[in-house]
Design a protein around this ligand. Sequence first.
Ligand code: ZN
Length: 140
Amino acid sequence: MSHVCSSLLMHCMDFRFGQAIKDFMSQKNLMNDADMVAMAGSAKNLVNPETRDFALKQIEISKTLHSTKTIHLMNHTDCGGYGGRQAFADEQAEYDKLTGDLKEARELITDQWPDLEVKLWLCKIGQADGQSTFAFETIE
Ligand SMILES: [Zn+2]
């Protein structure tokens, strides 16, 4: 019996995302069509040599078991895996690091599996009227 899905979504484990991730998946038609990997810091685990093998293994398993074609790789602002907002001098420095890691992680994935499509996302967490807001930006 084979189970096939189109995608794998790798994102941070951060609980603040719970509903936002569901909304994102729904908008992208990924609900029940994507393997899900949640790790603190998401793309950081691919870039970091100490955790890379584990992170790549999740992709390999998804590809082997479920014939996954697309990897959605997501980082987010104010990520505890990166030390939070306070770990960066300013918003631009945080943006550069988070998107830089996403791009580096994409290269690591496509070096190993050139047939995989890798889509990059940055979720910007903000505040409005005392509520957290989540804006998903595609990174080229
Ligand atoms: Zn996080």
